[in-house]
Design a protein around this ligand. Sequence first.
Ligand code: NAD
Length: 477
Amino acid sequence: MSNHKSQLFIDGTWVPPHSTARIPVVNPATEEELGSIPDADAIDIDAAVVAAKAAGPTWANRDPRERAEVLRRIADEFEARAEGIASITSQQNGTPISIARAMHSQVPIQYRYFADLAESFEPESLVETASGDAVVRLDPVGVVAAITPWNGPQPLAAWKIGPALAAGCTVVLKPAAETSLDSYLFAEVLEAADLPAGVVNIVTGGRETGAELVANPGVRKIAFTGSPRAGRAIGAAAAQDFKRVTLELGGKSAAILLEDVDLEAFRPFVFSGCTPNTGQTCRAFTRIFAPRARYEEIVDFLAGALKDIPMGDPTDPANLHGPLVNAAQRDRVESYIRLGVEEGARIVTGGGRPAGLESGYYVEPTLFVDVTNDMRIAREEIFGPVLVVMPYDTVDEAVAIANDSEFGLSGGVFSPDAERATAIARRFETGSVGVNSSTLPIETPFGGVKSSGLGRELGPGSLDAYLESKTIFRQPA
Ligand code: NAD
């Protein structure tokens, strides 16, 4: 099937876009054009929103248990196509295929989790009050704009589409321009799952397309994952019409290694926690805090562990790091590496382009020492395989520096003493913290504080962000 896509998925069918503009999709490992997508305009967006709005009442009125069945069919059909979706995602954003497979094996589990939530969802409850009783009714908020970034397009879409559909909302999905080809396979999933027409619509395009979607008067809620810069613009635009927003933004998460840390136990987390998806992960632990007494040992260990991560051709299942998503992202990461040196930090491993990988947007995993928390490489999200390691004298000092950040998405504490680590985790000013873990459970809420965003996704309250309550209070006649 051609990767040059000429249609949009609107109202359950494939339609040619009004816009004639197109966006090339480049394979970041080969730097060759992989395909292209329509760059939809305001008229295309409006058609999708109109379809979603028209489908809204029927979908909202369906029994939540029926919506659960549809979500389970989506999970099944996704599973049947997971290999194809993993493959195209890997080609688009350079994620090594073994990682892309693991990422997409989770998506059906996510849709099934949201199906379970739909099944147990009770739209009405009766509350006894001092002045009579009240019916509290939860109605779907309306048309949802789901806007996703390139680093995990399908899981991050599932986090939005799953609870939105479970709650009875309809959706317009606008994936990132870099990674939209997978969304065409996702549309096939929706067709095969017999999703009613208009319940999910998919419109491709860039930032302008996203901005048109946010501004469209038919949209009532925006569920966004992406950069703080876009999050601010979306929050400001949404405020004009008091649209609901969930904003999952960036991070600069800290991992505190306690003095008794077992470095061999920490070894897998250098990849899975600190540099997953070649460092292009919002919740990556990119600031490492090491006890001063073990600082040199930890620096040597981290440098060795980073060098050991196999990097190269993303189609080779042995590789765990691939290229960065595009040339602009590589430029950005390389400019931060130069900046770190200018600021007085020292590179102990990496810092350049890997030998033997002449094409592709590769950057070596890089570790900086001699870093202070006022440096921009310690404060700003780099979104690449670049770590800073800083020594601390007391845990209080480590916690204070960890919390001295614009961001508050995630963090980690590593020690054989899980109870002590948990007590320290409680002091993090972040939406989540891993204790000897970097695995995010879908059964618990995820999101950020400060510039890391607004609202939560996942967990038992996932539907809340897609519901409006209405109270019918009454007294005996
Ligand atoms: P981005 O903000 O540039 O783009 C994300 C999406 O928003 C894309 O679909 C883009 O087209 C759209 N967009 C951009 N500007 C917009 C605007 N003004 N109005 C409407 N839509 C707009 O982000 P990116 O470069 O694709 O992704 C990287 C960023 O995403 C990083 O900052 C990363 O930390 C963040 N991220 C956060 C999480 C999380 O859960 N907190 C997860 C993954 C990525």
